[in-house]
Design a protein. Structure first.
Lengths: 159, 170
């Protein structure tokens, strides 16, 4: 095989290898997220739980992960970070974490509703009653929609 | 300035390029008895016979040893065979396309093997949250605290991560 063919083969093989590695990166990212949650579950000490969760939240999401899947995972991390900050008496940090989570998008799911709940509580603590009421209202709208689905699932969901 | 230089500088009397070429061709014919290849066009039609006669009248057509040697050298130089490039063997001509075809095939196989399942364009269908989780969430909104919510979220989070791992680690 001549030199040009070898070069072409090496380039194509590298490209194929790079693409093939995409799922490994996604699996690694998910494992790191799970480890961060496990670490937070094991302790109520904010100094231990918060750095692990924050590192998982800040970590770059692999390109192979669907955008909505990334949103769900990161919003859940943001919710836990906000909860820890709120319990630690840092309402402003809690509100900031919740803001960052909601900036990822809003959907009719548990994760978005949780962020509204914890941001409402943070705002309430900060004396922003109107802002808190707005967040609770948003949380209730999502919660009610989810309850409707659970109590009266569509035929497609029943299958 | 000499008379000859005057003559050369006069544009009307100076020899044309054609005349100079004819003169060179004639000189070559007189010296070698042949027409120089690249001067064939410039050689006057009736001049070859004239040159032959002039040369013959001078020395009876005999060539000196020196002239013979010079002509011999010229003939040898002109007759020297040029190296001819041998045509590439058939297997060498096919090497490049076969090489590229092999590279492409290997790349396709590597791509299929290493890529695994196709990259997701649709998100994972999330597990349906149970009634207890949603009631705990509503209770948190009503100001009953988040302990129950956090407790319910533990198992739901596990189910969501398991669904995601099932998709991304397959």
């Amino acid at each position: 095989m001549n030199r040009r063919s070898c070069l072409a083969l090496a380039t194509l093989a590298f490209a194929a290898f790079s693409v093939g590695c995409g799922d490994d990166a996604s699996a690694t990212w998910l494992a790191q997220v799970r480890a961060a949650h496990a670490s937070a579950d094991a302790t109520r000490d904010a100094a231990v739980a918060e750095p692990a969760l924050r590192e998982a939240f800040e970590r770059e999401v692999p390109s192979g992960v669907a955008r909505e899947d990334a949103r769900v995972v990161r919003q859940d991390l943001a919710y836990r970070l906000a909860s820890i900050a709120l319990e630690d008496g840092r309402a402003e940090d809690a509100r900031r974490y919740a803001d960052r989570g909601l900036a990822l998008g809003a959907a009719t799911d548990v994760f978005t509703a949780n962020l509204y709940v914890v941001r409402g509580q943070a705002r309430e603590t900060l004396g922003d009653a109107v802002g808190a009421a707005g967040d609770y209202h948003e949380a209730l709208i999502v919660n009610e929609a989810l309850l409707d689905r659970v109590l009266d699932p569509s035929p497609e969901e029943e299958r | 300035m000499t008379e000859r230089e005057d003559w050369m500088d006069d544009p009307d009397l100076a020899p044309t390029e054609e005349e100079l070429a004819e003169a060179e061709a004639l000189a070559h014919a007189l010296a070698r008895g042949t027409v120089k290849r690249e001067l064939e066009d410039a050689f006057p039609e009736d001049a070859f016979a004239t040159a032959g006669l002039v040369a013959f009248s001078h020395d009876g057509g005999a060539l000196s040893e020196e002239k013979l040697g010079a002509i011999y050298e010229t003939v040898l130089a002109e007759a020297k065979p040029r190296p001819v490039e041998a045509p590439a063997p058939w297997w060498k001509r096919w090497m490049i396309p076969i090489g590229f075809a092999s590279a492409a095939s290997v790349a396709v196989v590597l791509f299929a093997v290493l890529r695994g399942p196709s990259l997701p364009t649709e998100p994972v269908a999330l597990p349906t949250p149970d009634d207890a989780l949603l009631r705990a969430q509503a209770a948190a909104v009503a100001g009953e605290g988040r302990d129950a919510l956090d407790s319910q979220m533990g198992s739901y989070r596990g189910a969501v991560l398991a669904a995601l791992e099932d998709r991304y680690t397959r």
